[in-house]
Design a protein around this ligand. Structure first.
Ligand code: HEM
Length: 455
């Protein structure tokens, strides 16, 4: 039996194209409301047939229960790989599995405990620098820019320790930012590719990619030559050996995986931190509770992953912020062979888009979904969360490899930032979203920052 899904007409797609390019989330949501269905079909700008779903059961079926029948789409692999290389995030099938097995241990608890010191010292450097700025009367900050800078420093230093200076880190950040913007244009406005070729934009981006690759390759070569031990992610990648062999990754593979860690690991976390600080300013009772938890815990020099994870209310806050503002707001999959789920046909050429943002905001899954309520993630309430109604890090075998790394970073950053400072949003700041590769704030998130009295 084929329970045919409602379809968004080509006319509606074309009518909304400008608004879709600016912000696809309200358009995608609008179709759900108009069609009254948890899933619908649509022909996207790429003209490939697509199915968009906010059905948690279908999400679980595709990402976990029948994951073997699904790969990532061309957008997430070929298009993204054009600038980010063929790493873990952008590969499929046997190659992906081989790389995942190789890299996974680098994100296990033992390895994370090795990175925590670097992470902590980067955050402390940042708070010291912020302190100096405040002392010199400079109290206005753009939180997204600040969190992006902090997050790229953390990723860069956990990868490379001191092998990259501030100038190189800035080059990496600028390069990743520009190339991500180019990717979004290629996805949302593929019909303007000719224009980007004519204006030289494509050529400029290719040159930038080359520069970025070279910068990273130089760091890898230098590390190989000096053979210094740093206990960082690069050391882990260099030491990793394929199962049952004495073979490690080639320079090209190392470059691809390093680049992917930058692409996947920096802006996602920066968004999570930005939105958390915004929500906490708007919800002062919750901020007070979080601050009180952090002030009672004195994280020592020899802190471990467990110490950070014991900040349980801080974790609840970060989880709730990522429910409302999931940094990775949509994921996609393509069936290898035709599939069927609950009578819905999923043909081989149909890209399934799993709308994480929509699932996190669906009143069928969450009471009063727009309300910021960290209690949803308390020990007692967490048990009642249905599978795949909350999955900011994805699910199944392709679950974010950096999810614990990210949680450790977010909790540690909140601990340091909120025990030392208070952040207040400018009155005119609007919380509008600008979904790109990640869910960014649309407008500059300007805040006033002051030192807390007890410091
Ligand atoms: C709040 C922060 C983060 C969020 C919300 C997030 C979210 C996600 C999601 C949803 C996926 C799965 C995509 C899919 O199934 O199509 C993913 C994959 C991935 N993430 Fe993250 N991520 C975060 C931070 C990080 C960090 C810090 C790193 C590395 C240090 C990282 C590295 C990766 C990699 C390499 C993959 C691909 C894994 C694979 O396919 O095997 N992420 N992330």
């Amino acid at each position: 039996m084929d329970n045919e899904l409602p379809r968004v007409s080509t006319f509606t797609v074309l009518k909304n194209i400008v608004k879709f390019v600016q912000n696809p989330i309200p358009i995608i949501n609008g179709h759900f409301e108009n069609l009254g269905s948890k899933s619908y079909r649509i022909s996207m700008a790429s003209m490939q047939d697509a199915l968009i779903t906010r059905d948690p059961e279908l999400a679980q079926y595709i990402l976990q229960k029948n994951h073997k029948n699904y790969i990532k789409s061309k957008i997430q692999t070929e298009l993204l790989a054009e600038f980010a290389g063929k790493g873990l995030l952008t590969s499929n099938g046997a190659y992906w599995l081989k790389q995942r097995r190789l890299i996974q241990p680098g994100f296990h608890k033992k390895s994370l405990n090795g990175y925590i010191k670097i992470m902590s010292s980067m955050i402390e450097n940042y708070t010291n620098e912020l302190n100096s700025r405040i002392e010199s009367g400079n109290t206005k900050i753009n939180v997204f820019n600040e969190m992006s800078n902090l997050s790229i420093q953390i990723v860069a230093r956990t990868l490379f320790t001191n092998d990259v200076d501030a100038d190189k880190i800035k080059k990496i950040k600028d390069g990743v930012d520009i190339l991500q913007a180019a990717l979004v244009k290629n996805i949302r406005q593929p019909y303007l590719k000719w224009f980007r070729n004519v204006t030289g934009e494509t050529k400029r981006n290719k040159a930038l990619t080359k520069e970025l690759y070279q910068l990273i390759l130089n760091v890898i070569h230098e590390r190989k030559n000096t053979k210094s031990a740093n206990d960082d992610v690069l050391d882990m990648l260099l030491a990793a050996r394929y199962e049952g062999t004495d073979e490690g990754m080639s320079d090209q593979q190392l470059l691809d995986e390093v680049l992917i860690i930058f692409v996947a690991g920096y802006e996602t976390t920066a968004n999570a931190l930005t939105w958390t600080l915004y929500l906490l300013d708007k919800n002062r009772a919750e901020l007070k509770k979080l601050r009180s938890e952090c002030q009672q815990k004195h994280l020592s020099e020899s802190l471990t992953l467990e110490d950070v994870m014991s900040l349980s209310y801080t974790k609840q806050v970060a989880s709730e912020a990522m429910r409302i503002y999931p940094p990775a707001w949509i994921v996609d999959r393509l069936p290898i062979v035709e599939d069927e789920y609950n009578g819905v046909r999923i043909s081989k050429d149909c890209v399934v888009n799993i709308f994480i943002y929509g699932i996190h905001h669906d009143p069928e899954n969450w009471i009063d979904p727009e309300k910021f309520d960290p209690e949803r993630f308390s020990k007692e309430n967490k048990k009642n969360i249905r599978p795949y109604t909350y999955f900011p890090f994805g699910g199944g075998p392709r679950l974010c490899i950096g999810h614990q790394f990210a949680m450790m970073e977010i909790q540690l950053a909140l601990y340091h930032l909120l025990t030392k400072f208070d952040f207040t949003c400018d009155a005119y700041v609007k919380a509008d979203i600008a979904p790109s590769v990640t869910l960014r704030p649309k407008y500059a998130m300007m805040m006033d920052v002051v030192k807390l009295k007890e410091n």
